[in-house]
Design a protein around this ligand. Structure first.
Ligand SMILES: Cc1ncc(COP(=O)(O)O)c(C=O)c1O
Ligand SMILES: N[C@@H](CCOP(=O)(O)O)C(=O)O
Length: 470
C-alpha cells in the first residue's frame, strides 16, 4: 500500500515510511492511496478471531512493507492479557437491558483508550528503527491522555526519545502526576503556556521545518500519525463481532471526540465494509465538531475561546483528523483539501452546507451531540445508579450523546475512553465517592515532578530540542 498527502497527493512511501515521518512535508496528513474493503463473506471469516489475529486481518491490507510473520509477531506482542487486563483486550459490557454497551478501551497501562494504538506504536517503532538502524525523537502534544500513553509505550526504548508538550495547568491532577512523575532518560515533559491546540500547532510547525526535522529525526505519535488511526480501527471490528449480530445488521457507535482520531477510525472501519450505522460525535462545551455536523460550518476556535472543562482531554478547538475526513468527502481531492485548510489556517470558516459535498456528509453516518458539566455529572450519577457502573466524564459525554440517537433494535456501543480514576474530582462531585485506582497509581500526585515549562513559541521549542539532542 502506498500513502499520499491529503494536501498534494505527494507519494509518501509505504506504511513504515509514514510511521516514522508522521506528517507529510507539505503539512498534510498521510492517507492510503485507497481504502481496501471486505466483502460480506470476508467479514464473516473475521468473526471469532483473537484480538491480535483480528488486528492482523484489519491492518494487513494497509501494511505491505512488514513481512507477514513479523507483523503477526508485533501484534501478538502488543495485544496481550498481561498488558490489557484480560484476553478479550476490549471487553464489551451491556448496560442492563438498555441496548447501550460500553466498549472498554481503558484497561491498558495508562488507563485511557490511547494505549490501544500506542502500545502497537511502541513495538512498531522499535521494529522499524532496528531494521533501518535509525533513531526517532518523537514530538507529541497531549491534552492529558496521549502523553502518558506514549510515554509508557516508549519507556526504555533504546532508539526513541519522547518530547511531550502539554497545556500548562489544564489537565486533571492525576493526568499531570501520571506524566510529570516520570524521571526517565528518554522522556521529556514540557508544559506549554497555552492550550492543547497551541501544543499541536507547535508540533506541526516544527515538523514543517524540513531541515530541522531531518537533522533531529523528528517523529509523531499523535493521531496525525496514520499508525495510530489504523490500530484504533481494529476495536470497532472487535466490538461489532462481540455483539453477535446477524450478518449485515448495523451497530451504532458513540465516541467522545476532540481531535477526531477515534471516531475517524470508526469511519475507516465503516468505509472498509463493517456495518456501522451511525457514528455519534460527542463533544463537550468545545463544540466545533458539533457545529460542523449540525450547520455545515467548520470554524476552528482560537486558543482564547477553548473552554476549560471537566472532560479536559476533549478541550480541543482544532481537530487534526478532520482533514482526513474532508479529504475523503472530497473524493480524495488534495487540491480541494489544501484550499479548505488554507481557510482553516487563516482562522476562517469552511462552509459546506450549500455545496455538492453536503449530501455526502449527511449520508456518511455522522451525528453529533454535546454536553455541559451539569450533563456530565448527571450522566455519571445516572449510569452509576441504574447500571452500577462508574464512568469517567469523557465516557459520560459519549453515553449522553449516544442515548440521544437510539434506533429501535440497533445496539449503541459507547466507547469508554478513560477510567474514572483519572478524573477523581469530577467523579466525586457526581457520586460523592472516589473511584478505585490501581495500586500502582496510589499516591501518585505527591510524587516529585519532572517537567520543563516553555512559552508558546516554536523557536524556543526548537532551541530546547537542539540543546537536549546536542
Ligand atoms: C479520555 C479521552 N476521551 C476522548 C478523547 C478524544 O478523542 P479524539 O481526540 O480521538 O477525538 C480523548 C483524547 O483524544 C481522550 O483522552
Ligand atoms: N485528547 C488527546 C489529544 C491528542 O489526541 P491524539 O489522539 O491526536 O493523540 C490527549 O488526551 O492527549
Amino acid at each position: 500500500m502506498k500513502y499520499v498527502s491529503t494536501r498534494s497527493q505527494t507519494d509518501l512511501g509505504s506504511f513504515c515510511d509514514v510511521l516514522l515521518s508522521g506528517l507529510a512535508p507539505d503539512g498534510g496528513l498521510a492517507m492510503p492511496a485507497f481504502i481496501p474493503t471486505f466483502s460480506a463473506a470476508e467479514l464473516e471469516a473475521l468473526r471469532g478471531l483473537s484480538y491480535p489475529d483480528l488486528a492482523y486481518a484489519v491492518m494487513r491490507p494497509f501494511i505491505s512493507d512488514i513481512p507477514e510473520a513479523d507483523l503477526r509477531a508485533l501484534l501478538h506482542a502488543t495485544y496481550r492479557a498481561e498488558v490489557f487486563g484480560s484476553p478479550d483486550i476490549t471487553p464489551l459490557t451491556p448496560l442492563g437491558e438498555s441496548g447501550l454497551y460500553l466498549l472498554e478501551l481503558s484497561n491498558g497501562p495508562s488507563l485511557a483508550f490511547k494505549d490501544m494504538a500506542m502500545q502497537f506504536m511502541g513495538h512498531a517503532f522499535e521494529y522499524v528503527l532496528e531494521k533501518r538502524d535509525q533513531r526517532v525523537n518523537i514530538l507529541g502534544a497531549t491534552s492529558g491522555d496521549t502523553g502518558s500513553a506514549a510515554e509508557y509505550a516508549m519507556l526504555g526504548k533504546a532508539r526513541v526519545n519522547v518530547f511531550m508538550l502539554s497545556p500548562q495547568g489544564r489537565m486533571s491532577a492525576f493526568q499531570q502526576a501520571q506524566m510529570y512523575s516520570l524521571n526517565e532518560p528518554n522522556i521529556f515533559n514540557i508544559a506549554i503556556e497555552g492550550v492543547f491546540d497551541d501544543c499541536q500547532d507547535l508540533v506541526k510547525e516544527v515538523n514543517a521545518d524540513a531541515e530541522f526535522k531531518a537533522k533531529y529525526h523528528i517523529g509523531a505519535v499523535n493521531s496525525i500519525n496514520w499508525g495510530r488511526v489504523l490500530a484504533q480501527a481494529v476495536y470497532y471490528f472487535r466490538a461489532y463481532f462481540a455483539l453477535g449480530l446477524p450478518a449485515d445488521a448495523e451497530a451504532d457507535f458513540s465516541v467522545p471526540s476532540g481531535n477526531f482520531g477515534n471516531v475517524f477510525a470508526g469511519y475507516l472501519a465503516k468505509r472498509m465494509g463493517l456495518p456501522v450505522g451511525q457514528l455519534i460525535v460527542a463533544s463537550n462545551e468545545n463544540d466545533v465538531l458539533h457545529e460542523f455536523f449540525t450547520t455545515g460550518s467548520y470554524h476552528v476556535r482560537p486558543a482564547a475561546r477553548v473552554a476549560v472543562t471537566s472532560s479536559p482531554s476533549m478541550d480541543i478547538g482544532k481537530a487534526s483528523n478532520f482533514e482526513r475526513y474532508l479529504y475523503l468527502i472530497a473524493g480524495a481531492d488534495a487540491v480541494q483539501t489544501a484550499g479548505w485548510w488554507d481557510e482553516v489556517g487563516a482562522g476562517r470558516p469552511v462552509e459546506l452546507r450549500d455545496t455538492a459535498h453536503w449530501p455526502e456528509i449527511q449520508s456518511s453516518g455522522f451525528r453529533a451531540g454535546k454536553s455541559t458539566h451539569a450533563d456530565r455529572l448527571a450522566t455519571i450519577r445516572r449510569v452509576d445508579e441504574q447500571f452500577g457502573r462508574l464512568i469517567d466524564p469523557h465516557t459520560a459525554d459519549g453515553v449522553l450523546a449516544g442515548e440521544g440517537f437510539r434506533r429501535s433494535g440497533v445496539p449503541m456501543v459507547c466507547l469508554e475512553t478513560a477510567l474514572p480514576a483519572k478524573f477523581e474530582e469530577t467523579v466525586r462531585e457526581a457520586v460523592g465517592r472516589v473511584p478505585e485506582r490501581p495500586t500502582r497509581f496510589v499516591g501518585i500526585e505527591s510524587k516529585e515532578r519532572f517537567c520543563d515549562v516553555l512559552p508558546n513559541d516554536a523557536a524556543a521549542l526548537k532551541a530546547y530540542l537542539a540543546a537536549k539532542l546536542g
